[in-house]
Design a protein around this ligand. Sequence first.
Ligand code: MG
Length: 280
Amino acid sequence: MEKWPIGVFASVDAGLGVHLDVARDLGVPTIQLHAPSPKSRTPERAKEFLAQLENLGIRLTAVFGGFAGESYADIPTVVKTVGLVPPETRAARLAEMKEIADFARLLDCNVVALHLGFVPHDPSLPLYQEVLKITRELCDHCKQNGQSLHLETGQETADALVQFIQDVERDNLFVNFDPANMILYGSGEPIAALEKVGKWVKSVHCKDGRWAKNPGQEWGREVALGEGDVGFENYLRTLDKIGYRGPLTIEREIPQEPERQKAEIGRAVRLLNELKAKIG
Ligand code: MG
């Protein structure tokens, strides 16, 4: 397989990714897909979607779970609403995540990913043990489907994430590394973090961001790729160093205006291609 095929984060009817026609116009060979809304997760829709992808010559490399009621308004709201950590929604979301994994299997996709939420850093807390337990359950479900589970980075420091992955003790649990999230959440310098979690990195986002004045207390700002603090040449060199050869999936959290997406993400595609030519 080609090293570092470019990808984009895509959506069908839920999430902020690009639509498939935009992905086609961008000429990218791969996508990650935000899980479609529940009403679209049917065998019929899966079949149609697969045919569309085949037509466009695009390969699906991961399906990302997301849930109704999640809000990224500010960091405390993320803690309360995102992923499988919040207790009130946990059982229902775990069930939904399993169902998303089953839908991904219908799409012949062997990678399922999600923002798990803010995992507490103290392993002695009951909440930590509870999150370990459901993560194991989800990994085991994915395993039966022949799938891996990738955790999106951002909310934890690299050390906390490594500790958590080791504590889960499942061989199909990996990392979707997002360098911008480390900056946006203020959870650590992204390149150093990538080196620490490197052996678990099986998919990545190419997203850029600027540090907040008070990292960890307030959001940093997501910006167009190349305009932030990640440093993409260094990022790709580090991916090379850890032996990562998978897709470079561009994620850009702007409104779904096709012309703006094509212009901004098009620039990101060109930048990544230049760096690939230089480094890859
Ligand atoms: Mg991301």
